[in-house]
Design a protein around this ligand. Structure first.
Ligand code: 13P
Ligand code: SF4
Length: 299
């Protein structure tokens, strides 16, 4: 039997749902019940009725699902699929850093471990970071771990954000020259970049969007050509949903190997063997949930 059919049969038998991030391999996106950005996937995990969530993404996303869906089995098909940026700060480091800034609130990007979220006041994703920081009602806050997102949000909100020295190696490598060269190759194309890119790249873009916002913008746009400044896996979905628009990667090498570790065979193995189960100790989960729910309340 075809692997897709076997997955579909097992999914039904186990009352499982497959969630996939926008950067996943095309064949994985195609078998998913829901494809989305970090915020959309968090909301979905919180609302699901299923008993099993197979999370095709990276470890922090599956952890977020486990925190928001206590009692459900959350499976990460590839145990090595982590996010190098999320690994740039741990709870011990954050506690020590907070001690240097008594009284300052901590905003953590969703790309963090549950233990780091548990040490934070509020979580954010790339699509709501500006609203989250504005909601705090303070002029200064700590922001972990993405220094590029911190710089962008600080500029948008006019607040002082003291950023941890972390970054996404995929987005941090975009340069102003990438954007200029892509524009030269495709004159007339609009440029959309992700807010994990450095500010000098953001300054050369027409729009700054999370991956979910790119998906929605693509449905609305009247442009026929768009240059995409994020992990290029999203281009599969953009092109599939909008055949009249041509999407070009701003940088051909913009690939997150961790996002590509999940294959159909590994999704099948996950369902057959109930691996790899992602669990968060209850005390950490309770505190992390506080930071995530504070974000979800903002809407
Ligand atoms: P979003 O999909 O929330 O824009 O996040 C991008 C990302 O890098 C996830 O790892
Ligand atoms: Fe982490 Fe960047 Fe990969 Fe997203 S694209 S999972 S932020 S390394």
């Amino acid at each position: 039997m075809d692997v897709r059919e076997t997955i579909a049969g097992l999914k039904r038998r186990k009352n499982a749902v497959i969630l996939a991030h926008n950067y996943q391999l095309p064949e994985v996106q195609d078998i998913a019940d829901f494809v989305g950005d970090s915020l959309e996937l968090s909301r979905k995990a919180a609302a699901l009725e299923a008993s099993v969530i197979v999370f095709c993404g990276v470890h922090f996303m599956a952890e977020t699902a486990a925190v928001l869906a206590p009692g459900k089995t959350v499976l990460l098909p590839e145990v090595e699929a982590g996010c190098p940026m999320a690994d740039m700060i741990n709870a011990r480091e954050l506690r020590a850093w907070k001690a240097r800034y008594p009284g300052l609130k901590v905003v953590c990007y969703v790309n963090t471990s549950a233990a780091v979220k548990a040490e934070s006041d509020i979580c954010c994703t790339s699509s709501n970071a500006v609203a989250v920081v504005n909601s705090l009602g303070v002029d200064r806050a700590l922001f972990v771990p993405d220094k590029n997102l911190a710089a962008y949000v600080a500029r948008e909100t006019g607040k002082t954000l003291i950023g941890w020295d972390g970054y996404c190696h995929v987005h941090h490598r975009f340069t102003p020259r990438d954007i200029e060269e892509a524009r030269a190759r495709h004159p007339g194309a609009e440029v959309w970049v992700h807010p994990e890119c450095p500010l000098d790249v953001i300054d050369r873009a027409d729009k700054v969007l999370s991956t979910g916002q790119m998906v929605r913008e693509a449905r609305r746009t009247t442009r026929r050509e768009v240059i995409i400044g994020t992990e290029k896996g999203i281009i599969y979905r953009l092109a599939k949903e909008n055949p009249a628009v041509s999407f070009y990667p701003a940088r051909d090498a913009a690939l997150c190997v961790h996002m590509k570790m999940t294959t159909l065979d590994k999704v099948l193995r996950a369902l057959e063997t109930d691996t790899f189960r992602v669990e968060v100790p209850a005390d950490i989960a309770d505190r992390a949930r506080g930071a995530i729910e504070a974000m979800l309340r903002i809407g």
